[in-house]
Design a binder for this molecule. Structure first.
Ligand SMILES: CC(C)(COP(=O)(O)OP(=O)(O)OC[C@H]1O[C@@H](n2cnc3c(N)ncnc32)[C@H](O)[C@@H]1OP(=O)(O)O)[C@@H](O)C(=O)NCCC(=O)NCCS
Length: 156
């Protein structure tokens, strides 16, 4: 396991994360939607507050005491015992070092052990082959491709 861990995101960690944030063009279906990220304190507060809801857990990916990315377990359905994972590393400096794959493994474990889920879903836009590769490497199974998205699922 790489030297990273997950913890529940706090407001303070969220600010630290976004102070070093870069948007990634890979997540935009239309490349014209991509814009450079600029930190704004009030916008991060609004973001953090919007994520505090019962069907979502916002996790910080931590390395050496600093946040290097975020993982969300969202659309938590306690009856069906499934949720959806999304992940975004902080910037290019922390990508491609194995941290994303490690964080996804930890998040799946968190979903099973802490949230009591039986399955975790994920989706990526078709062109995001890096994300697809990482999901498959971690053990997600490809489900279908539809409307420009590829859907994956990890069952306990
Ligand atoms: C997707 C993301 C979470 C992966 O995290 P990461 O730390 O960069 O990934 P890792 O270093 O663990 O693994 C990268 C793997 O992708 C491979 N890879 C890199 N670019 C690739 C590409 N264009 N196509 C396919 N595979 C690619 C690497 O070779 C590596 O695989 P390997 O370990 O088998 O050699 C991260 O890159 C990220 O935050 N991207 C922007 C946001 C995003 O795309 N989120 C997912 C939205 S659904």
């Amino acid at each position: 396991m790489k030297e990273i861990s997950l913890c529940v995101m706090t407001r303070e960690l969220c600010h630290k994360l976004f102070q070093g944030w870069e948007n990634d063009p890979a997540i935009y279906m239309d490349k014209d939607q991509f814009t450079a990220y600029h930190y704004e304190e009030a916008a991060v507060d609004r973001y953090f507050e919007a994520k505090q809801e019962p069907s979502r857990v916002l996790l910080a990916i931590m390395k050496e005491g600093e946040p290097i990315g975020e993982i969300q377990l969202k659309q938590i359905n306690r009856e069906k015992r499934e949720c959806t994972l999304s992940i975004h590393m902080q910037n290019d400096a922390v990508k491609g070092r194995g941290y994303g794959a490690c964080a996804e493994r930890l998040a799946v474990q968190y979903a099973f052990d802490v949230l009591g889920m039986a399955a975790v879903n994920a989706d990526t836009i078709v062109k995001n082959t890096r994300s697809q590769h990482v999901l498959e490497k971690v053990g997600f199974q490809f489900v279908k491709e539809e409307n420009g998205f590829r859907y994956y699922r990890y069952e306990q």
